[in-house]
Design a protein around this ligand. Structure first.
Ligand code: INI
Length: 195
């Protein structure tokens, strides 16, 4: 039996993350982003503007998050993508449409590409509830970053196992996210060798 579990102690210097942030309700999303950055920084990830480890992508609102997350996932540059947004209930059904689409869309990106996509979109009844989750009481942005680190590590381990089982005859079907795994280079070198 094998148990796989993401860790927070591996060498993180090769990991790359994209953070997609909705501008709508940016009073909230900027705070989620700070929480996220704080967590990544404290785990040794370089979050500075000149960093090659983290890219930041701003979109108009939560509705646009999945489209951009999909494009980023397909670029094979990232070990995980963190999606941050705040959908706050108003007096019309608009909330339901935006909240449902972003939830479905973000899940679909993960399924379709094999890249971990973290759902960091708050869906609350009031601005107060959103702010409580974005720093006043706790900051869920911190948790979303932790989830991203854990998933990047977990997927790395799963890909590593697939790699170690490869005997040179039948390359396993690896998801897109394995392409930017540190082992992928040696994997393709072996795959290219004549049998
Ligand atoms: N976008 C959000 O991120 N949160 C909201 O609460 C919200 N509401 O309530 O309207 C919202 N709307 C904008 C939407 O995400 C799109 O940007 C817009 O419809 C253009 O496609």
């Amino acid at each position: 039996m094998t148990t796989f579990e993401g860790t927070f102690t591996q060498n993180l210097s090769t990991l790359r993350f994209a953070i997609v942030i909705g501008r709508f309700n940016d009073l909230v999303t900027e705070k989620l982003l700070s929480g996220c950055q704080d967590c990544l920084k404290r785990h040794g990830i370089n979050i500075e503007p000149d960093s090659t480890q983290v890219d930041y992508i701003w979109v108009p609102g939560s509705f646009e998050i999945s489209l951009v997350a999909r494009q980023l996932a397909l670029s094979n540059r990232y070990n995980a993508i963190i999606c941050l947004g705040a959908v706050i209930r108003g007096h019309t059904p608009h909330f339901d449409y935006v909240a449902a689409e972003v939830a479905k869309g973000v899940a679909a990106v993960g399924f379709q590409t094999g890249i971990p996509v973290i759902f960091g979109v708050l869906t609350t009844d009031t601005m107060q509830q959103a702010l409580e989750r974005a720093g006043i009481k706790s900051n869920l942005g911190w948790n979303y970053a932790l989830n991203a680190l854990e998933m990047a590590s977990l997927m790395g381990q799963i890909h590593e196992q697939a790699f170690s089982r490869y005997q040179g005859n039948n390359p396993p079907e690896l998801p897109v996210s394995s392409h930017n795994h540190p082992l992928s280079e040696s994997f393709s070198k072996i795959a290219d060798q004549p049998e």
